[in-house]
Design a protein around this ligand. Structure first.
Ligand SMILES: [Zn+2]
Ligand SMILES: [Zn+2]
Length: 175
């Protein structure tokens, strides 16, 4: 891959930033070729300098979620948490602090990854900027419901460890 700095001088004239007409520049965006100033407009990427608009439009292609996907993510997270949390909680709170904590650490991230994969599948693998926050909202809502019926889970360290590890795995996987 060649890094193209696009240091310009096609017509010999001075270039001015497209967004800041008083700022002289030597750079052009290597995607749309617009002159951009180093101070405010140029963003260095793996493939050279680009303007913010181009970076945004590349991200828009990456983040291809449709309007309802976030709600699907929230719903799946809610249902899965509602089912899995009482089971995991029951088992873990019976295992004792040390062993339970260890198991929680071991299976927490697997459980979180499975949840994230279920969500990804439910939205046809589309990605959304805010999808993981919707998933988090679904998890939190379900956790509140579960805790209403099983308040002792709040005092079970293994259950809490499991929750934290699982949630952080879900969030990082959905990025
Ligand atoms: Zn550009
Ligand atoms: Zn500028």
């Amino acid at each position: 891959m060649t890094v193209d700095l696009n240091i310009v001088d096609d017509d010999g004239g001075t270039l001015y930033c497209a967004n800041h007409p008083e700022t002289e520049t030597l750079l052009r965006c290597n995607r749309c070729n617009k002159p951009i100033c180093v101070e405010k407009c140029a963003v260095q990427t793996d493939v050279g300098y680009r303007c913010k608009e181009c970076i945004r439009s590349v991200q828009d292609k990456y983040y291809n979620a449709e309007g309802r996907d976030n709600w699907v993510a929230l719903g799946v997270a809610f249902v899965v948490t509602l089912i899995a949390m009482p089971i995991a909680g029951l088992l873990l709170s019976r295992l004792g602090l040390l062993f339970g904590g260890l198991i929680a650490l071991l299976i927490g991230s697997t459980a979180g990854t499975i949840l994230a994969q279920l969500i990804r599948r439910a939205v046809n693998k589309r990605r959304g900027r805010n999808m993981r926050w919707f998933a988090l909202a679904g998890i939190v809502l379900a956790a509140l419901v579960v805790v209403l019926f099983m308040p002792y889970l709040l005092f079970s360290l293994p259950a809490l460890i499991f929750g934290v590890v699982a949630v952080s795995a879900t969030l990082s996987f959905l990025r």
